[in-house]
Design a protein around this ligand. Structure first.
Ligand code: MN
Ligand code: MN
Length: 295
């Protein structure tokens, strides 16, 4: 990895750290999720970064892939996961934490389990570590606290403008013998009092451009597509951002683009027993001699 790339990764990480501090300051029970999202979007820009994906604000049994719509009326409550992405020229910092907004003992323990599993996962990670060893460290930490890791959610490698670039960092011992190379990795354990798996839920309003995308006839949909390509490239984006820029007409264009398989919409991910989920996440830059936690 080149020095300049590492500098951009570090800068994105620094911004993400500051945004997390800001998020902890503003988030309280009953604040509208839309207000949190808009304030955080603005903060990232103010600090000189760009959102690498729409902030995920996922409550209780929703583990991930939930972001406010342009007219969202939900309020913060329960066990809230805040997952933030920042990029500088496509070099990404991906980081998450959870908040208990109910003063609930189990929520607090779930959060501690996820945080502590993240710490064990990072500790287990080095150049040439076997992936399963990281998974094992995460799994053992969460299980020792009486909870389950979510086994069908995982950390991931990150490339420039590519949030999930192919390698999966498991949250359990998946028996895979694969040694980590140099690169950028997100480690993100999820703990739950449920079964430890997620299933697809409702559409999220979060999308990404499909590779090798085709064209649409509708001129406005084409305009929206060009805007998406220019503005987000291959990183995820959301309907809220497009409505803000292009009015609610953008929603029809998104539907057309989705029907034409030019963009793909993520579904919310829900714990199969509908039990609460906590998450913690950091991004790491791994070289032969260095392990830098950027976030
Ligand atoms: Mn994340
Ligand atoms: Mn991630």
């Amino acid at each position: 990895m080149e020095k300049e790339q590492i500098e951009k990764l570090k800068k994105a990480g620094d911004i993400a750290k500051k945004v997390k501090v800001f998020a902890r300051e503003i988030i309280c029970k009953d604040i509208p999720l839309l207000e949190i999202a808009e304030k955080i979007d603005a903060k990232i820009l103010e600090l000189g970064g760009k959102p690498a994906f729409p902030i995920n604000l996922s409550i209780n049994e929703i583990a991930a892939h939930s972001t406010p719509s342009h007219n969202d009326d939900q309020k913060a409550h329960g066990l809230l996961k805040i997952d933030i992405g920042v990029h500088i020229d496509g070099f990404v910092a991906d980081t998450a934490f959870s908040l208990d907004l109910e003063n609930n003992e189990e929520n607090k323990q779930l959060i501690e389990a996820a945080e502590s599993a993240l710490e064990s996962g990072i500790k287990a990670t080095d150049y040439h570590t076997e992936l399963r060893e990281i998974g094992k460290a995460i799994e053992n930490t969460i299980k020792s606290r009486g909870f389950q890791p979510i086994i069908n959610l995982s950390g991931h490698s990150i490339d420039q403008y590519d949030l999930h670039s192919g390698i999966t960092i498991p949250n359990y011992d998946n028996l895979k013998e694969y040694n980590l190379e140099e690169g950028v990795y997100a480690i993100e354990p999820f703990s739950t009092s449920g079964h430890g798996k997620v299933r697809d839920g409702k559409p999220s309003g979060i999308y990404h451009l499909e590779p090798g995308s085709g064209q649409v006839r509708d001129p406005f949909a084409r305009e929206v597509l060009n805007y998406i390509k220019e503005k987000y490239q291959t990183l995820p984006f959301c309907s809220r951002w497009l409505v803000k820029k292009l009015s609610t007409r953008a929603l029809i264009a998104l539907k057309r683009l989705e029907e034409a398989n030019i963009i793909h919409q993520y579904l919310q991910l829900v714990e199969i027993n509908r039990k609460p989920v906590a998450q913690a996440e950091h991004t790491l830059v791994l070289t032969k001699n260095e392990k830098i936690v950027t976030t």
